[in-house]
Design a protein around this ligand. Structure first.
Ligand code: BGC
Ligand code: BGC
Length: 820
């Protein structure tokens, strides 16, 4: 017994020793290879390696001459600029770059890497399969599926001759107004972390198993860090959090993808507490590399370095010094190259830092086997049977579509529909692959496409038509809801039009549809006894109370991609592998009850969604949704903690300055009266662009904040609300006081003389001040009817700065206006 146990232990010990030494010798080999290359490289060659340049700005000859490390194609950028391309165009161009890079004149021959945004399939390539965007994958909760489909995407990228994808996004979108919400899997950081890991394992293969085998490509976790946490969901905005929260909310996906061996991490456009990530040494080097142990390459985003203070597109030693290993650049790459070279020569960038960056890049190229890989056109010979857009890949995408659909309403069990009946389909989304695919689909924005750009794709309508006809039913399309034969049921397909990045950011969560009057159509169909099912296409949850009320059944279908027939499989409960298909999708994001619940996440203290995170009906449940409030969106409520203004006003507010009876709205970064009596400008206060510098130059001028709808602050007063604001005095009038101004409708302007209060403050220093709502009430403000909660006016000359304005409870560490 004991001897057997000993034997087993001994065996385990031996195999451990063996695997350690195997690991160790592999590591030693990689190190010696890196050393071999590094020691023979000139400074020029090293600088060339830290560049990734967009293909429309660099030729293969330039890649050769400048010894460039990597290239990319941006969204909607095709080989030879050909939108009407074939697979061979990608492979041939990849050959040209690859061979040019290997044939550098002095024989250094470090092959170039080509990266692309294969973010939901190989989405720039004509004929590739487009999978649901990450938001839909989040709804599936199926990690195995994500791994499998990422591995299918990797194969398509590999077969086209490319090496790398800028995916997965492990963003955690917290404010759904953000135009990139759909690129994130979920509002739940831990789900994002798991899904990010699964997709890296799919793209790159698994460590110790099939890691970076043939047919795998390099993955990129992005955008490090806090891209989904910016104030008001502003793209490239500012994420204001302490470090623990930053890592807890936005960092989990980096830890899991690093553990899975992700080789690239893309720095984000956003700032953390006012400082841009591309120049953030603490986050890029101390946290990411040193603490989280990332050994791969920190890649810049699209000219992202130029946003760092003091940088331009053509010069930014700050970024490299902060820990960026590779610039992503477009037209100004030559100047940036020359400046960077100069900066290394002058010591502004240390040779040590450059060597570290180049070593990381070489390490990735060695691990990926790039030095021994065939030229791109020959890579497909390893996968003779596999083709782009194969049935196998389309089956996978359809499975993902099926599992991503979330059933939000199914009154009287309207679904599943009977295929052996008469069905009317309405809405152009049902026949438009672009609308079902969203941004990053053939073109960057996903706009400007026709279905011809998606050969092999199946529309939602086609999926319905095929199945209904097979079952003996009748199906027709109508653009306006009219019909010749009365249908038994109608399917309305509507939703958002495609967008990407900042172009998709919105002010609130209202669903704006200008395509057809679908509500009217739905009402009249239902009046005629025809059931109405909505298939809603969107990149985020939106306020759709009216649509929900006008429907019998409602399906959130996200952005399903090219395999639209997955939808018919679920709504008709088709039989697949012997079983009727049911809904599986669960909400990956909380669904709002009002258009202003933009920052709605399941851990909120006052969480009050329409549908909770994780909600999703199945056919086994019987559940009827009652009529919902359709006007709710107009009652603007403030909650304690809400930010009204921080440089840029929150969407429900506007900023004005006024002189005599004329007012001027702040629309850009500054505004003033024509003769300069009053002027306001957005400036850097504590953070970037977070404060208003207000100059009241002549008497009777003012600055004020106005909500887009009248506000009622009675309840907030009961909750001891205090209007709190950061304030700094630059110039003080010796005689004329400054007044705090509240506007509560006609004959209800209340002014508080701030003189005594202000005399206790220091000039030129930020202070946090508070005006209790109770005090306003005592001074006669009608809290039910607030037209402007905060403003300043004087008869004299003042200059001051207003920073963050928010509604707080309790006393806090601020100076409170003595009301008396
Ligand atoms: C490119 C995208 C890129 C964007 C950045 C577009 O022109 O096609 O790939 O992300 O610019 O602004
Ligand atoms: C985006 C990235 C993308 C890159 C390359 C940028 O604008 O932020 O997500 O990978 O462009 O297209």
């Amino acid at each position: 017994m004991t001897s057997l146990k000993n034997k087993i232990l001994f065996f385990l010990f031996l195999s451990l020793l063996y695997s350690c030494s195997e690991e160790g010798s592999k590591q030693a080999f990689i190190d010696s290879e890196i050393e071999k290359y590094l020691s023979s490289m000139s400074i020029e060659e090293k600088v060339g390696q830290i560049f990734m340049i967009e293909i429309s700005h660099i030729s293969p000859e330039e890649v050769r001459d400048y010894k460039i490390g990597a290239i990319l194609n941006g969204g909607g950028s095709f080989p030879y600029g050909k939108a009407d391309h074939a697979l061979e165009d990608w492979q041939t161009l990849a050959d040209e770059y690859f061979l040019a890079s290997k044939n550098g004149e002095n024989g250094s021959g470090i092959p170039v890497i080509w990266g692309t945004d294969a973010v939901h399939g190989h989405n720039n390539l004509k004929g590739a399969v487009l999978y649901p965007h990450n938001i839909g994958l989040g709804a599936t909760r199926n990690l195995e599926l994500i791994k499998t489909l990422s591995s299918a995407v990797a194969k398509e990228v590999y077969l086209s001759g490319l090496d790398m994808t800028f995916a997965p996004a492990v963003s955690v979108p917290l404010d759904d107004r953000w135009g990139r919400t759909y690129e994130g899997f979920s509002e739940d950081p831990s789900l994002v972390a798991k899904m990010g890991k699964a997709s890296v394992e799919g793209y790159q293969g698994e460590l110790g198993k099939n890691y970076l085998d043939k047919g795998k490509v390099l993955a990129t976790a992005k955008h490090y860090i806090g891209d989904g946490g910016t104030l008001n969901g502003v793209d490239k905005g500012n994420t204001v959090l302490d470090e623990t929260d930053l890592l807890e909310l936005h960092g989990q996906g980096y830890q899991t993808t690093i553990d899975a061996g992700v080789e690239f991490i893309m720095a984000s456009f956003n700032s953390w507490n006012g400082q841009k990530l591309h120049g953030h040494k603490y986050l890029l080097t101390d946290v990411l590399k040193d603490r989280l142990g990332f050994q791969g390459v920190v890649l810049g985003d699209w000219n992202g370095h130029q946003e760092v203070d003091g940088c331009h597109s053509y010069t930014c030693p700050e970024a490299i010094n902060a820990g960026l290993d590779m610039f992503m650049v477009t037209d100004s790459w030559k100047k940036l190259y020359e400046n960077t070279l100069e900066q290394v020569k002058s010591g502004q960038i240390s040779l040590e830092r450059l060597n570290d960056a180049v070593s990381r890049i070489l390490r990735v190229k060695i691990l990926y086997g790039l030095f021994t890989k065939e030229q791109p056109t020959e890579r497909q010979f390893n996968f003779i049977k596999d083709s782009i857009g194969s049935k196998e890949h389309r089956d996978l995408a359809r499975q993902a579509v099926r599992e991503s659909l979330v059933l939000l309403k199914n009154n009287e069990n309207t679904l599943p529909l009977d295929p052996d009946s008469t069905i009317l389909v309405i809405g152009k989304g049902s026949r438009d692959i672009s609308k079902a695919s969203g941004g990053w689909s053939f073109t960057w924005q996903g706009t400007g496409n026709t279905n011809d750009n998606f050969p092999g794709a199946t529309t939602i309508y086609k999926g319905i038509e095929d199945f209904v006809q097979k079952a003996g039913g009748n199906v027709s399309y109508s653009s306006d809801g009219s019909y010749s034969e009365k249908p038994d049921s109608a399917i309305i397909v509507v939703g958002e039009n495609p967008y990407a990045e900042y172009q998709g950011s919105v002010e609130n969560l209202a669903f704006e549809n200008n395509e057809i009057d679908h509500l009217k159509i739905a009402h009249s169909l239902r009046k005629d006894g025809i059931s109405v099912t909505y298939i809603f296409l969107s990149g985020r949850p939106l306020w759709v109370n009216k649509e929900l009320n006008s429907s019998d059944a409602f399906v959130a279908a996200w952005l399903p991609g090219t395999e639209g027939d997955g939808i018919a499989e679920v709504i008709f409960a088709q039989t697949i592998e012997g079983n009727p298909v049911d809904f599986k999708g669960k909400l990956p994001f909380s669904w709002p009850k009002t258009i202003n619940q933009t920052n709605l996440n399941f851990w909120d203290a006052d969480y009050d969604p329409l549908f909770e995170y994780g909600y999703g009906l199945t056919y086994l449940e019987r559940s009827n949704l009652d009529q919902l409030n359709e006007n709710d969106q107009f009652t603007k409520k403030l909650k304690l903690g809400d930010v009204l203004l921080q440089g840029w006003p929150s969407p429900q507010f506007k900023v004005y300055v006024g002189f005599l009876n004329k007012t001027f709205e702040l629309e850009g970064k500054s505004v003033g009266s024509p003769n300069g009596e009053v002027f306001v400008q957005i400036v850097d206060g504590k953070l970037q662009e977070d404060a208003h510098r207000v100059a009241l130059n002549v008497g009777s001028s003012k600055w004020y904040l106005e909500p887009t709808e009248i506000m009622n602050l009675e309840e907030e007063e009961k909750a001891s609300g205090i209007l709190t604001f950061d304030f700094k005095i630059n110039k003080q009038d010796a005689i004329n006081p400054l007044y705090y101004l509240v506007d509560c409708g006609e004959n209800c302007d209340v002014e508080l003389d701030l003189t005594t209060f202000i005399n206790t403050l220091q000039v030129d220093r930020w202070q946090t001040l508070g005006i209790p709502l109770k005090c306003l009430k005592e001074r006669g403000v009608d809290l039910k009817y607030i037209e402007s909660p905060i403003g300043f006016t004087s008869k004299g000359t003042w200059e001051f700065e207003v920073g963050k304005v928010y509604l707080e409870g309790g006393e806090g560490g601020k100076s409170i206006f003595p009301c008396k």
